[in-house]
Each structure stands twice: as structure tokens, then as C-alpha cells.
Design a binder for this molecule. Sequence first.
Ligand code: AMP
Length: 369
Amino acid sequence: VAIGVLGAGQLGRMLALAGYPLGLEFAFYDKPVNAPAAHLGQYFSSCQQGDALAQFLAVAGVVTYETENVPLSLAEQIAKHKRLYPGIQSLRLGQNRIAEKKLFKQLNIPTPAYQEVHNEAELKAAVADIGLPAVLKTVTLGYDGKGQILLKEEADLARAWQKLQGDPLVVEAFVYYQREVSIIGVRNRESEMAFYPVTENYHHQGILRYSLAPAPALLGAIADQARQYMAVLLTHLNHIGVLALELFETEQGLLANEMAPRVHNSGHWTINGAVTSQFENHLRAIAGLPLGSTALCQPYAAMVNIIGSYGNTRAVLAIPGAHLHCYGKEARPGRKIGHINLTAQTEQQQQALMRQLAAYLPPSAPVLA
Ligand code: AMP
């Protein structure tokens, strides 16, 4: 039997690449006729003739998902017949910013101030409470900065409302963070847990551009706090598989931004930088296997996303310790089509290697300063 994966994008592709050495086989269910993971297992496209879902379920054992945008009704239908990991509860939460924020609050995980808004008057009232700047976001289906608008002044409110209205919306306080970090944790069917080192992430125009692991100069107490939040979430959700939590580091400590019940872009460095990658550990967790070590292979690791075009990949491969990961996607402006992983013995070396990848980074990237 195969591991069934809902979604056949790059995350599904990297799950399969991590699973082959373990002797695992894969089946994917998605929409596009040609998807990044389509050739890495049996592929069932919902655009094909016949009942692709039934065919997928006929060959799948355990089922997982590579995106939280799987329709809940589909996940619930599948969960009646198959073990679905991470569970429905994690999926439901990961789809909805309000549900996520309520859970953070319930578990004493601090978040930016927020209010749900249903009309323009409520938006005005919420902003009067929260103050400006603020960020208006869709409650569901946002990714890579899509579905969110920064509100700087009163005049922005009407325009933002016009643009996003129709979907459920939430307005939240703008956070003057020192930096963004994330933690990736994993829990298996025996409730064993493991945590990767906290990672520093730099976003530009809403898209992750690079990650540094471990987050430079992170206080031990902050790292412990992040691990504790992750452990509480994994346990409370009875989560099986990988969970990612994105946080803002502020002078007052960590604020939770959002979580993703899946392997995550800020964990791509683990493919070459950790003893066991997030992809392998997700598979181990859902397949009922022991978890692997989440320790760094070398003291420093980093990941740079390839966005829009592949650039000079020959030059990338000439950099010592650099690894190229291409997703088999058509190059298009603003699209994540691959990433580069680096490992280094010293922080200086890590920084020097990052500067060699300047062509892949926005000029504003702090790592280039
Ligand atoms: P999200 O889709 O919520 O992860 O937001 C994408 C990116 O927008 C984040 O990684 C931040 O860089 C930025 N962002 C989102 N929410 C806020 C906020 N409340 N304050 C400041 N920046 C934010």
C-alpha cells in the first residue's frame, strides 16, 4: 500500500523523495493534470475521467495532506475510510485564522490583538480599538501574502474593504517585530515528539525569501518558550505528523502569527541541514515509525527560496555545501519554483555563503547588509 497524499505540489514531491529510502510508495490526489509530484507516485487527477478519488483511496493506506486548503468535507469523507494524519482537527484549525487565534488564546500562547469583522463599520470600529497600522486578512485561504492588506491610515480602510470583502475577514494589530521565527515540531502515533531548532525567517512582499537555522543569537529562554508552545499545540491537537508555528519575536517575547498542519517552507533547510528532514519525520510519524534525530548535521544551515526564475544554477552548484532543489514547476514571476540549501561550520561561513546567493535575494534582505 502507498502513502496517500492530498495535493501534489512541491511539498508532496519532497515527501516522496524522503520516503523512497524508507521503502515507502506514494499515491497523490490533486487537480492539475501536471503537478510537481505527479511522476513521483501513482497520480490521480480530479480532472481525469472516472472516479479519481475512489481510485486513489483504493491504493492508499494512511492518508496525509501537503496543504491545509483541502476541502474539509473531502477530508472528513476520507477519514471515514482511512487513517488521516494529521487529523481533521488540525486541518480545520489550519484553515481558519480565527479558530487558530482562539486556540492560541485558550492555550496561553500570546497573539497580536485581533478582531473579526463582517462589514465596513465593524472594520472602522476594530481599527479604532486596535489602532493603526493594522493588517486586514482573509480568515481562510491566504498564502504568500495573498489575501492581506496593510492599513496605514484611515483612508486605506474603505479601499481594503472593497478589495477583500466577500470573504470572512480579520483585522490584527501591526507587530513591530524584531524578526520572524518559526518552530517545526513532529509527533508520532506513539505520542513521541521532536522539535527542530528555531529558525529565523525573512519575508519580502509576503513571501518567504530565506531561513537561517538555528536563529542567530536566539536566547535560550525564547527557544524554550517556542518549544513549549509547540509541545502544547501538538499534544492538545493530538497531532500526528509535522506542525509548523510561525512567530514574531518582539521585545516583549514571542507572538504567534499562524500555524500550518504540514511540512513547511521554513523547514526546507532540514533536507540537507538536519540528521532527519522534516519530510522524513512527517512520514515516520504517520507511518507508525520511530522519529529520527532533529539535530543539525553541521552547526549552521540556511535555505534560500528560488522565486520567479531559476537563475544561474550552475554557479549555485559551484558553492561548497550548496544543494539545489528544483520543483519541476514552470517559472513564473512571484512563484516558488525551488530552493537552495546551505550548510556551514561557522556563522561567518554561513553569512559569506548567503552573500554568494545575493542574486536570489531582495536587496533589502538583512543578511546582505
Ligand atoms: P501571514 O500570511 O499571516 O503569515 O503573513 C505573511 C507575512 O506578512 C508575515 O510573515 C509577516 O511578514 C507579515 N505580517 C503578517 N501579519 C503581520 C502583522 N500583524 N504585523 C506585521 N507583519 C505582519
